[in-house]
Design a protein around this ligand. Sequence first.
Ligand SMILES: [Zn+2]
Length: 165
Amino acid sequence: MWNRLVAFILALLGRKKDAPLENADKDLTVSRFGRLSLAQLDTCHPDLQRLFYRVVEKYDCSVLVGNRSHADQDKAFNAVPQRSKVKWPNGKHNSLPSSAVDVAPYPVDWSNTKRFYHFAGYVQGIANELGIKIRWGGDWDSDYDLDDQKFMDLVHFELIKSETS
Ligand SMILES: [Zn+2]
C-alpha cells in the first residue's frame, strides 16, 4: 500500500512538465494528463471531460485543443491544409464549453496514423460504455467505414447533440 503510494508520488514528481505519466512503472498502469492537456480539457463539455478522464487512465493521450477562439478558428480555417472546414462561430470547438476536442495518443507522432485509428477505436468503446454519443473525425458519418470521406481529422471527437444536451 505505502510502497504503491510512494511510487505514485515519485512518478508524479518525476514526470515531464506536460507529459502524462508514461507507463515506465509496470505496477502503475494509470496515466494522467499534463498541465497543458488539463487546461484544454477544462474548456470542454462535462461529457467530454468524463470521457477522456476515463480514456487517459489506460491509454495515455494529450488534449491538443478544446475551445477555439475566434482568432484560432480563423487560423484553423485558413491553414493549408485546412484544419477546420467551418468558419467561426459555427465550429464545434467554438462553443463554451466546447462540444469538440482534439486528442492524440501520447507521445504524439503525426506520421504514425495507425495509432490514431487504434486510439479512436478505444475512445469509441469507452464512449459507448459511458453512454456518451460521439462523432470522430476519421468517420464523420459514424458508419464504421473509414474510406468514405475526404476530410480526415483523426484527433477530432465531438458530441452528437441529443435532446438532453
Ligand atoms: Zn477538432
